[in-house]
Design a protein around this ligand. Structure first.
Ligand SMILES: [Zn+2]
Length: 139
């Protein structure tokens, strides 16, 4: 049986980990294949994660999907939205002490987006991501 919990990364965001044994898994499996182990229903602030993945991968997926919610990425998600979600996830994983996962995603970043997380091209994203984290600390 999968588990349902509130994301430690953002209040009010619910994470549903769906395991292979769950009856919903058969229906969700094609979506996991298409979207890469996780996806978000932004209106419901609900994240579905493939429970068949390692705990470490699940944390990375959780942080990435919460990033989409924080940035209000709705409808068709563009390549820049993916880079923003990954940037937010790297900073957030590090902030919460998931340094192994943050390092893993930093390496993945180049493969996923064609430029390094630290590349100047990513500066605009970084500022946006950092400002969101600071704003979240105030409210
Ligand atoms: Zn995404």
């Amino acid at each position: 049986m999968g588990k349902v919990f509130e994301s430690e990364f953002h209040k009010g965001v619910i994470v549903a980990v769906v395991d292979k044994g769950d009856y919903q898994y058969q229906q969700l499996a094609p979506l996991f294949n298409e979207y890469g182990y996780g996806f978000v229903a932004p209106d419901q602030k609900l994240i579905f994660i493939d429970g068949d993945q390692s705990a470490s991968t699940q944390k990375i997926v959780e942080a990435h999907e919460v990033g989409h919610i924080v940035f209000n990425h709705t409808g068709i998600v563009g390549p820049n939205d993916e880079a923003e979600a990954d940037s937010w996830a790297i900073l957030t994983l590090r902030k919460y002490g998931y340094s192994v996962e943050a390092d893993k995603l930093t390496i993945e970043f180049r493969k996923r987006h064609g430029y390094s997380y630290n590349h100047a091209q990513n500066k605009r994203n970084k500022i946006k991501v950092l400002s969101t984290i600071f704003v979240n600390q105030i409210v």
